[in-house]
Structure formats: structure tokens, C-alpha cells
Ligand binder design. Structure first.
Ligand code: ASP
Length: 440
């Protein structure tokens, strides 16, 4: 590991010329910032459009043989604003003309989407005086659209001179497979940054965005929730899975292997502490009992009852296979002696409830099948739980004191979380009351 820092700046951090100026100040203040990974310009306010969304629209129109000039002009103007206000010496006109011609000539969807990061990267490199590396030369995918780690690392190390004082810009979100542009899923610049940090053995991966890190609970539900200073990779997985969104879910994996911490920072408030995401071993004994509360609505619970279910060795396998053959992912399976519940999201279930129940009836011949919809799951996550008695008692009494009826409880085997099933209508009350019980 060396002293270098890889910094990804998100779309809102680079949405205008003013934002570019902020990024410059941050970059010039940190001599260790070796590579910057930019996103495409994001929204300037709530009513605005992300450049990536506009590029997808251009592709859509063009692939139906329709004109996309107006939308393309909107895109061009966003980049001209940045270039002209900052006096950046870049022949954007000819680059944009090439891109437009390519889209008209049936360039792929991924190619179109990636041009936002490409153009923003070119501008930022010129503006900062850094070297531009096209992501398609260093971020390499394989046939199955996963990252080809070996070749990616090799190319990155070949292009980046670690022992010279050169700084680089590598656009986020895309790479290539056999010279064809490929993109990650939406928000994927976070993954690019993590891949670069891993390849270069960075000391730190900074992720600059428009919030000062993760919050203990959703601010739309809890007023002014506290910020999370420190969170482990595993805790973050639990919280993001349950709905906390700041970082792309897959961005943890590349840095986790080497234990490189991720620091979430606010471009508009660089003095704020932010959230540090760290390996499990970094958690200290004085940490908060719970780190965060998150949840999701709209689940269905299908409970199957059968006397002596436990003695039928194939029971579980048959039950799971009904969901597997219907291509439905199971979220949880809490069980009793003669009953088991399967919890699935309504999105996954996608109207197949009666079919599923019918198949369970045929394969398992149960005594009873009961289903309840409109359920929500709330996860209370904290690495401190393992050591501390009485956390669940505090969660449950907070809920019952506030009239929330608990329909299901499951403690993850990692003892990092407690998951509670409640009715959709109790969702907000549940989160508020758990927050109050631990933080007020
Ligand atoms: N620009 C892409 C998106 O909007 C990728 C990113 O911002 O990370 O999804």
C-alpha cells in the first residue's frame, strides 16, 4: 500500500463550471490525489436532467429512426457552459460532431451513455492540467460483462506512472470488451473508482458527492438524523441492501479485498467529516450500539404450515424449488417447528402469488398456506450488537410503546442486524421510534 488517494467525483459535484472550480480547489489541496474519476454532469437542481439520461434518450430516438437534435443540443450546451466559463482550451465542437454522427450511425446504447463521462473527463483533465486516460483502454470487461480484473489491473499499472508526479483523469462508468464500449449499471462511476484504487493499492478511495455521508436513518422519515462517522463494509452492505443509497452497492467489492477504506465526502462542504467505510477490524469498542436503520416496503409473506414438517427431509428443498422455478428471489425464511415463512418482495413476486400457492399445494401437500401482503422490513444494523445485551429488547419495546405490531423477527447469523417485519402502514412510525430509542 502506498500514499496515493483515488477520488471519484459524482455528477452533481461536476454539474457546472462553479462545481468544477470547487473540485479544482479540493484536488489542488491534496498532493496525494493521484487519479480522479469523474461522472457525467448531473442535475443542477430538482427539475434538471442528468446528462446520462439525455444521452439514453438520444439513443432511444435514434434507434427508432427519429431526430434527436434538440436533446443533443441541450447536452452540448451543458458542456459549452463549463468550457467557456473556465476558458478551457478544447475543441468540443468537433468531438461532439463525431459523437453525433456515431449515434446517427447506430452506435450502441452503452457507447451513447458513456459519452457524458468521456466528455466531462476530457474537460476536467484540460482544466486541471492532468493526463487523460480513456477508460476504454484500462477498464476491461469479459464476455459475461464482468470486470476482467487481471487485465484491467495490468493496463492500469501500465498507463499510470506511480513514481512520477503525474496526475490522471479516468472517466467513470464505462470500459470496453474487445474495443467495444461497455458500461456498468447506473451510478457505476463508483465502481470505476474502486477498481482503480484496488489496482494501484491506494491508501484511500474518496467518493465525493453532494451529501456529507451516510445518515443513521432516512431524512425523509426522521428529522435531522445523525451522520454515520464510521461504518464497516459489512454493515454498509446490510444498509444499502435495505435501501440506504449513497454509494453503488458493488463499489465495495474491489476495495474490500485489500481493506482500502472509502471516504464519502461532500464536495460542497469539504470541511464536513463525512463517512468512513472501513474493514471489520477497524470498529472500536466505544462505537455506537447501532449504526443505522433502513428498510423497504412492499413484501409478501407466504407461510406454509405442516405438522411434522421437520421430519420430511426434502420439504425445504421442494419449497425453495417452487420459487426458483418461478424465478423469484427469496429475502428471508424465518421458521417455526411446524411452519415456515417465505418473504419475497412484491416486485419479485410480480403477480405470481396464486400460481406459487397452487404449486406449493401440489408439491408439499401442506396443512395450510397463509399469505399476507403489504408488509415492510426494517433492518437495525450495528457491529456493536454482538457484544451488547438488551439491544433487541430496546428495539422491541420502542416498537410496542408506539403501537407497532411486529409480524416477524429475524436476527442475521452475522449478529450484525435485526430484521423486523411489520405492516407497510407502520413503516415510518417504526423507524422513527427505533431512532428515538437509541439516539435521543
Ligand atoms: N453517469 C452515470 C449515471 O448517471 C454513472 C454515474 O454517474 O456514476 O448513472
Amino acid at each position: 500500500m502506498n500514499d496515493i488517494v483515488i477520488s471519484k467525483f459524482g455528477g452533481s459535484s461536476l454539474a457546472t463550471s462553479t462545481q468544477f472550480e470547487r473540485v479544482k480547489e479540493i484536488a489542488y489541496n491534496n498532493p496525494n490525489m493521484k487519479v480522479i474519476v469523474p461522472s457525467a454532469p448531473g442535475k443542477r437542481d430538482d427539475k434538471d436532467h442528468k446528462i446520462t439520461d439525455l444521452l439514453y434518450m438520444c439513443y432511444q430516438l435514434s434507434s427508432h429512426g427519429l431526430k434527436f437534435d434538440d436533446i443533443f443540443q441541450m447536452i452540448a450546451e451543458r458542456f459549452f457552459e463549463i468550457r467557456d466559463k473556465l476558458f478551457i482550451d478544447l475543441d468540443l465542437e468537433s468531438i461532439l460532431t463525431d459523437i453525433k454522427v456515431n449515434i446517427e450511425n447506430n452506435a450502441s446504447r452503452d457507447y451513447c451513455a458513456s459519452r457524458g463521462e468521456y466528455l466531462n473527463g476530457m474537460l476536467l483533465a484540460k482544466y486541471l492540467g492532468y493526463e487523460f486516460i480513456d477508460a476504454c483502454d484500462v477498464i476491461l470487461f469479459n464476455e459475461t460483462n464482468e470486470i476482467d480484473e487481471l487485465n484491467t489491473n495490468r493496463e492500469l499499472l501500465k498507463h499510470i506512472k506511480l513514481d512520477e508526479d503525474i496526475k490522471y483523469i479516468i472517466p467513470g462508468f464505462y470500459g470496453s470488451f474487445r474495443s467495444e464500449i461497455r458500461t456498468f449499471s447506473r451510478g457505476g462511476s463508483d465502481i470505476t473508482g474502486a477498481i482503480v484504487a484496488n489496482a494501484l493499492d491506494a491508501k484511500l478511495y474518496e467518493n465525493w458527492t453532494d451529501v456529507s455521508g451516510f445518515l443513521v436513518a432516512d431524512p425523509k422519515i426522521v428529522d435531522n438524523p445523525r451522520e454515520i462517522d464510521l461504518i464497516t463494509y459489512k454493515e454498509l452492505r446490510e444498509l444499502s441492501y435495505m435501501g440506504a443509497k449513497v454509494l453503488h452497492e458493488e463499489a465495495i467489492f474491489p476495495v474490500k479485498k485489500k481493506g482500502i477504506p472509502i471516504h464519502i465526502k461532500n464536495t460542497n462542504k469539504p470541511e464536513d467529516k463525512g463517512t468512513l467505510i472501513v474493514p471489520e477490524t477497524w470498529g472500536s469498542s466505544r462505537d455506537n450500539l447501532i449504526t443505522g436503520i433502513a428498510g423497504r416496503k412492499d413484501f409478501t409473506v407466504i407461510t406454509v404450515e405442516k405438522t411434522l414438517m421437520n421430519s420430511d427431509k426434502s420439504f425445504l428443498r421442494k419449497l425453495v424449488s417452487v420459487f426458483e422455478t418461478n424465478d423469484i428471489t427469496i429475502e428471508h425464511m424465518p421458521s417455526g417447528i411446524d411452519s415456515i415463512s417465505v418473504i419475497v418482495s412484491d416486485e419479485e413476486l410480480n403477480g405470481k402469488l396464486s400460481k406459487i400457492k397452487e404449486e406449493i399445494r401440489i408439491y408439499l401437500n401442506p396443512d395450510n398456506i397463509i399469505s399476507s401482503s403489504n408488509m415492510a422490513l426494517v433492518a437495525v444494523v450495528g457491529r456493536g450488537m454482538i457484544r451488547t445485551k438488551g439491544i433487541s429488547a430496546r428495539v422491541f419495546s420502542a416498537l410496542s410503546d408506539n403501537g407497532v405490531n411486529i409480524r416477524m423477527i429475524s436476527q442475521g447469523s452475522s449478529e450484525l442486524n435485526i430484521i423486523i417485519g411489520i405492516e407497510n402502514s407502520d413503516f415510518e412510525t417504526a423507524i422513527k421510534s427505533i431512532y428515538r430509542a437509541f439516539y435521543e
